[in-house]
Design a protein around this ligand. Structure first.
Ligand code: C5P
Length: 249
């Protein structure tokens, strides 16, 4: 289902797995990245690793030939977000995130900056992914903010706004895949964390799906952290998840 809609990155992407490098140091992140690379489509660098290790880590990951998902969830005035996106394109990342709640002008500015900066460098534009409602938010938290208090309705509203603003992808929870697929253009790339295989210990993820189930429900990309980096054998864990997903691509 997902194959035809995978974006063309600088190297062919043969795996929907994005490994979250939620590790304390660049050395640990690069070591894991090198080991599991054959089974992985991209590596996700989040706020902690980026703030600790900086853009150099991203450059080193790119030097291994890996695609990079820079998950900094930009949310600011359109001009500032556009400049941050342009900087991320110069850093040569393949995916990045913005908060949909920054509004349509901010999302349009982010997408335009991605397209224009990439064109000026002769690169493929990265996928700018919208983040709808954080999965840590519940009805009470939304109510505190005012406005829509129904999480499903708010997720759908922000997802439609993201599509109307020109974004080509969204991050969503496994349980949002089916409802979002029903309302979004088929070309929208859906990136889903909360993937569990059943082999790992239970942790703080409450709403999970297996890798094959998530792809069947419409995910293009699976963000996998602990089931790979905390496994006794991360390479074997990545290989197994890759094998499961291949049968569904
Ligand atoms: O270890 P685990 O597989 O739960 O890691 C999932 C990754 O996806 C983490 O980097 C986490 O911050 C991120 N994420 C998430 N849920 C969201 C958005 C991002 O788990 N709603």
């Amino acid at each position: 289902m997902a194959t035809g809609t995978l974006p063309r990155f600088n190297k062919p992407v043969s795996s929907p797995i994005i490994v979250a490098l939620d590790l304390p140091s660049a050395a640990a992140a690069l070591d894991l990245a090198r080991r599991v690379a054959p089974y992985v489509g991209a590596f996700k660098v989040g706020k902690e690793l980026f703030v600790s290790e900086g853009p150099d880590l991203v450059r080193q990951l790119r030097q291994t030939g890996a695609s990079v998902f820079l998950d900094l969830k930009f949310h600011d005035i359109p001009n500032t977000v556009a400049k941050a996106v342009a900087a991320a394109v110069r850093l040569d990342v393949q995916m990045l995130t913005v908060h949909c709640s920054g509004g349509s002008a901010m999302m349009k500015a982010a997408e335009t900056a991605a397209q224009e900066t990439a064109a000026s460098l002769g690169r493929t534009a990265p996928l700018v992914l919208g983040v709808t409602v954080l999965t840590s938010m519940d009805t009470a938290a939304l109510t505190e903010l005012g406005g829509e208090t129904d999480i499903t309705r708010q997720v759908e509203r922000l997802a439609r706004l993201a599509a109307a603003s020109g974004l080509r992808g969204l991050v969503c929870s496994p349980l949002e895949l089916t409802p979002l697929r029903a309302i979004l253009p088929a070309s929208m790339q859906l990136v889903t964390p909360g993937i569990r295989t059943g082999a790992e210990k239970s942790d703080d993820q409450k709403r999970t799906l297996g890798p094959a189930e998530a792809i069947f429900a419409g995910a293009n990309w699976l963000v996998v952290g602990r089931p790979i980096y905390a496994a006794a054998d991360p390479v074997e864990a990545a290989r197994k998840i890759h094998e499961t997903t291949r049968t569904h691509l």
